[in-house]
Structure formats: C-alpha cells, structure tokens
Write a protein that binds this ligand. Structure first.
Ligand code: ADP
Ligand code: MG
Length: 587
C-alpha cells in the first residue's frame, strides 16, 4: 500500500499548497513537505489532473515553489490503544504537555510525537487461544487502563472472520510488542499490537447494529434531565451567544454526567479559554469515583491561533477515539466546543479552493459534513451482546446569537435535543442559561410527560403574564394571573436554575429530581388562598428561600427532612385544603 513517492510544490497560498505529482495520489492522503530539516504534515484535500491541493497542518512561512513533498500513501489517522485516557492532545494527536516540554507551547512546527507512551508496560490477559475464530470488534484480550478493562481487538479493517494463529501469554507488554497473529479468510497474516491506527474520517464499525437511543443519559442538570433530556447514543446542540455560558455548562456536564468516558474537543476557541480548560481539568475530582476527573477524560484541543487544518481535524480525532472506547462496551460522551470554529475552518479551506460558496460563504457541503459528524454518535450492540454508546454534544457560537445562521440551522436538522442559551437569561444570571421556551428534546425523560407538560405550561403562562405586565403594569393583572406568574418564577428559581458552585445544588441525581419535581408539581397545581398580590408575593418569596435551603441540603439528611417539613407547614397555611389530595410523604 505504501508508495512514499515525491511531488513538487507549484503554489503556496496561506495554509494550502498545490503539488505536481506523477504517481497516483489519494484524496485525504497524508503527505509531508520536506523543508530543510523540517517535515511538515499535510493532507490532500483535492486532486485535479496531476495537481494535488494540500492543507498544511502548520504555518507555511518560508515554503517555496519547487520544494519536495513526500506522499505517505496513508490517510490521516489516530493511534488507538491503552494510554489515551487522561491525555491532552492537539488536533493531530500530539500530546500537548510533552510537545510543550519539547518545543515551547504551540510554538515550533514540524514536531510530531507519538500519541501513546511506548515505555509503559501493560498487563495483558489473553481471551482467545490459537485456532479460535475472531471477527471485527471481538476481544483478543485486555489490559487494565485506569478504571477500565481496555480490550485489544483485531484491526478494524478486518473483513469477516480470521483465525488466531498465535496469542501472547499473560504478561507485560508495551504497545510496540506483538500480542497476536491472525490469519484472515484470504490466508493473509495480520499482526496485532496493543495499539492500532485508524483513519479519522472513516467511522469504526465493529458492531452488530445501531439501536435507537432511548435510555436517558443523566447529566444531573435539572433543566436538562427533566425537561430537555439527553439519551445514551444521542446527539444535542448547545447554541448561544458569546459569554452565555456554553463552555461552563459543557464543563459542568463533563464533570457530573453518568458516562464512563468524556472526550472534549476544545476546538478553535481563544487560546485563553483553552488554557483555562487545561488548567482546571487536571485538578478536578470526579464526584463519582473520587479520583482525578482527568483519568476518565481525553481532551483534544486547538486554539484559533493554530492552523485552520489542525482545527478541522480535531473533531474527527475526537470522534474516532470516542468510537474506539464504545467498542469496549463503554458509554462515551463527546463534547465539541465550539463547532462554529470547526465550520469556519471548513469555510476557509473551501474559500481557498475557490469552491462555489453556499449560504454566508460556507461550503455547499456544510450540512452534509455536520450531519455525518453527528451520525457517528449512536448506541450500538456489540458482538458479545453488550451495549456501548457515543453521545455527541456540540456548542455553536453564532455571531450575535442569531440562530438563523447556517451552522445552527444545519445542526438543528440532525440533532435529537436542542439546549438554546439566551442572552436574556445569562444577563439575568439565571444559570444554566438554557432557555426553556426555545429548547426541545426528542428523547424520553425519566419524569412523566404530564408532569413535565404541566411545568412547561406554567412557564409559558408566566412568560405571557410578564409580557402583559410590561404593557399594562402589575395593577392591570388579575390576582390569578399574578399567581401564575409567581409560580413560573418559582419553578425557574428553585428548579431550572442551579448553583454550579454549591456541591449539593450543583448536581442533582435522578432520584432526587424525581422526588423534588413531584413535590413542585403539587405546588404548581395547588389553588392558593391569597387576599392580594402583596401577600402572594411574600408567600412565594418565603417559599423560594426555603427551597434554596432544601436544594443545598444533602439528600435524605436530617437537614433535608427538616427543610421539607418547614415547606410543608408553610404550604399548609395557604393551600386550599380540598386541593392537595395526596399529601407528599415526608421521607
Ligand atoms: P460561552 O462559552 O458561551 O462564551 P462561558 O461558558 O465562557 O460562555 O461563560 C461566560 C461567563 O459566564 C463565565 O466566565 C461565568 O462567569 C459566567 N457563567 C456561565 N455559566 C455559569 C454558571 N452556570 N454559573 C455561574 N456563572 C456562569
Ligand atoms: Mg465558550
């Protein structure tokens, strides 16, 4: 397969070069510009006649017409194997901390490091023996990696079955040592190592079937889980204007979500934000395992100061790694922040190729690229019967917060849930600033539909009353409407909003959401006896205070019970007696 032949640069234009070649060149093939001592990585993005156009993953300063380019005969690929967890990579899978040691942060070009440490010895346990038949995605053995069993599989390019010829004994091996030899149906020998490489733009398909996502993926963010839930293997989009809280919300989700592994593609945001992620993550403690959160996280990051092509590749690197861990029967959440930067990279590349532009100068294939990225999410049944999933969430940062723009629109067509952040909510510091009036989800919630709909109706009603009050003032509103307004505000403050800085309130597990929401629904349904608006206002203010205390008290603790007791006493005074049919039980 390898040809390693040479072409010559005929044109240099920003991060693109045109190269004249003689032997066949493939679309998406990797090549290297040979510039003095430097080897600069590029990818073929268009072939016309005997001219290939390549995007260079590095600064092209100093490159000249006539310089040599070596074609590798291989697609842009990632290394998949033990040692990925806990790492921070750039879009080409260079470990960033190592790169920084070697070259100064984001500075020197042409330095590529191996993604996986080759000096670590992994304790390998074989699961097959000679003469066994293995198919794609089946397990040959495993090594322990952090909290997981990292299964070693035949190369994913394997078609049909192969027979095990040799397999290594239990023991310690590094990623360079061969651990098995297989023979495929064409009698070709295939060597297996602890790691394998795979082209990033091709989905890994080592499973029996894709299933419809239906199990909720619990994030412990109440507004999401209760009203606009995610599903294992589903997709969602998180658009919002600059500063509305997209990145903070993604980070909160990555901390608290009930997924095994979280992969963060921090693509193309300002360097400062990326550095922030790099600083905060390694010190965070996983609330579930009490171990460093980074142990079940992989971060792929690029800043807007990195070359455009590297930005474009980072989401593919991330999703390929996600698919790889899905093959092990794990649930992986991939968070891409922000996909707008990724789309801008596509736009720049397309512009340089002088392609016919679509809307707002994005390429005509923007929609299909976005769709095929999100299509790599999914819940799958593996060959051993167990399930694995990749859930993808992408933030979108549309200029001026205008959701009509092409990237938001193309994303909305393909995702299963939409969490729209609004400037209005973030300005009012109503966090998370997910706007309940514009957000939606097609996935099932663990809260019954009637209860959610009741909550939603109250929010809509409350919003309408606010609009009315803006026109005719508070005096013009009936007491009943006013109480509906207060109910909506109450639901917003004590349930939709969550204090990220409070250990208890910051993350609400499923059973607590079910219990508390049930209680809230009874309050929303109740008829109250108020003599005037003033009294109603004071009542709800007091109720809100009590709920704030309740929200910050540990689930089922004494404090939790006594808060609830106090709330019940307060309600007792004002709720019309006939109304509460079944009094909520005190735990
Ligand atoms: P975006 O990614 O949408 O541009 P960020 O996530 O960076 O916005 O948020 C901008 C700022 O808003 C944060 O630095 C923080 O001060 C504030 N913020 C966002 N979300 C929250 C939250 N849940 N709780 C408290 N402050 C928040
Ligand atoms: Mg951000």
């Amino acid at each position: 397969m390898k040809n390693n032949h040479i072409g010559r640069i005929v044109r240099v234009e920003a991060n693109m070069i045109a190269v004249a070649f003689e032997q066949p060149v493939m679309q998406n093939e990797v090549a290297f510009v040979l510039h003095g001592q430097e080897r600069l990585k590029c990818e073929v993005i268009r072939v016309r006649g005997n001219i290939a156009e390549l995007q260079v993953f590095e600064s092209t300063v100093g490159l000249k017409v006539g310089e040599q380019v070596e074609f590798s005969g291989e697609f842009l690929s990632v290394e998949l194997g033990p040692g990925l967890l806990g790492q921070i990579f750039d879009g080409l899978q260079n470990p960033l901390p190592l790169l920084a040691q070697k070259a100064g942060f984001f500075l020197k070009r042409g330095i590529y490091l191996s993604a996986l440490p080759d000096d670590i010895e992994w304790e390998f346990t074989p699961l097959v023996k000679p003469k066994d038949r293995v198919g794609p995605g089946q397990y040959l053995g495993f090594v322990p990696e952090k909290l997981f069993k990292h299964y070693i599989m035949p190369p994913f390019f394997l078609q049909g079955f192969a027979e095990v010829q040799e397999v290594a004994q239990a023991g310690k091996y590094n990623i360079k040592q061969r651990i098995a030899v297989l023979k495929d149906s064409n009698n070709r020998e295939i060597e297996v190592f602890l790691s394998q490489s795979w082209p990033v733009k091709i989905p890994i398909r080592g499973y029996v079937e894709k299933l419809r996502p239906k199990e909720p993926l619990v994030t412990k963010m109440r507004i999401i889980d209760t009203f606009f839930p995610l599903a294992l293997g589903g997709t969602y989009c998180l658009p919002g204007p600059f500063g509305a809280g997209k990145t903070v919300l993604q980070q909160l989700i990555s901390r608290h979500v009930e997924a095994d592994i979280v992969i963060i593609a921090a693509c193309g945001e300002r360097a400062g934000e990326v550095v922030e992620t790099l600083k905060t993550f390694p010190v965070l403690i996983d609330p579930r395992t009490k171990r460093p959160l980074i142990e079940r996280t992989i971060i792929i990051c690029n800043t807007s100061s990195m070359p455009v092509a590297a930005r474009e590749s980072s989401v593919y690197t991330a999703v390929t790694i996600a698919e790889y861990y899905r093959q092990m029967g794990l649930h992986v959440l991939l968070l891409a922040d922000s996909t707008s930067r990724w789309a801008q990279a596509m736009r720049e590349i397309s512009g340089r190729l002088e392609e016919i532009p679509g809307e707002e100068a994005f390429p005509a294939y923007l929609e299909s690229r976005i769709a095929s990225f999100y299509e790599r999410a999914g819940l799958v049944r593996l060959f051993n019967g167990s399930l694995g999933s990749v859930t993808i969430g992408g933030t979108v940062s549309p200029a001026g917060g205008n959701f009509e723009e092409p990237v938001t629109q193309a994303t909305l067509k393909v995702v299963g849930a939409f969490h729209g952040l609004s400037r209005e909510r973030s300005d009012a510091r109503r966090y998370p600033a997910v706007d309940p009036l514009i957000s939606w989800s097609k996935y099932p919630s663990f809260i019954p539909k009637e209860k959610r709909e009741l909550g939603y109706r109250i929010l809509v009603k409350s919003y309408e009353v606010v609009q009315m009050m803006k026109v005719i003032g508070e005096e013009g509103i009936s007491l009943k409407d006013y109480v509906d307004y207060l109910k909506g505000e109450f639901l917003d403050f004590v349930y939709l909003q969550q204090n990220a800085f409070d250990e208890v309130d910051g993350a609400t597990p499923k059973e607590r959401q079910v219990y508390v929401f049930d209680f809230i629904v009874k309050i929303l349904e109740a008829d109250f006896e108020f003599s005037d608006k003033q009294e109603a206002l004071h009542f709800f203010q007091r109720l809100r205070q009590l709920f704030n205390d309740w929200n910050t008290s540990v689930w089922q603790s004494d404090g939790f019970r006594s808060c609830q007791q106090e709330i019940s006493v307060l309600l007792e005074q004002k709720v019309k007696k006939t109304d509460i049919k079944d009094e909520p039980e005190i735990l």
